[in-house]
Ligand binder design. Structure first.
Ligand SMILES: [Zn+2]
Length: 117
């Protein structure tokens, strides 16, 4: 991807050099096409920069998801369903039952689980 960006940068500098040369030529159509080409190249460079940034974010997200060691989330199926709090159960706490709340860090799904002794 970075190679792609440097290719477009080279193409932009070539177009800039052509614009310098074309100053001595009186062909309006040629000048217009060259101007359009320069604009397209500049837009392509911006789009590539966006793609590089998005790709880096996606790689980071993928690495986070594939290295996650939590339980399988019942909603999104990622291993990012983890224990976030625990307390004695409202009615069965006196008997030792605990209510553990699990929350998924990928999709924010949350669910309490009853754990009996
Ligand atoms: Zn989830």
């Amino acid at each position: 991807m970075a190679d792609l960006l440097s290719s477009v940068s080279t193409a932009i500098s070539l177009a800039t050099r052509l614009r310098e040369i074309v100053k001595n030529i009186e062909d309006a159509e040629f000048k217009n096409i060259l101007a359009d080409l320069s604009i397209e190249l500049a837009n392509s460079k911006l789009k590539i920069a966006d793609l590089i940034s998005e790709n880096a974010e996606l790689k980071e997200k993928l690495a986070r998801l594939t290295s996650a060691t939590g339980e399988l989330c019942p909603k999104c199926n990622n291993r990012t369903f983890e224990l976030t709090s625990t307390k004695p159960h409202k009615t069965m706490g006196r008997l030792g039952a605990m209510e553990r709340v699990y929350t998924c860090s990928s999709c924010n799904f949350s669910e309490p689980k009853l754990v009996t002794p």
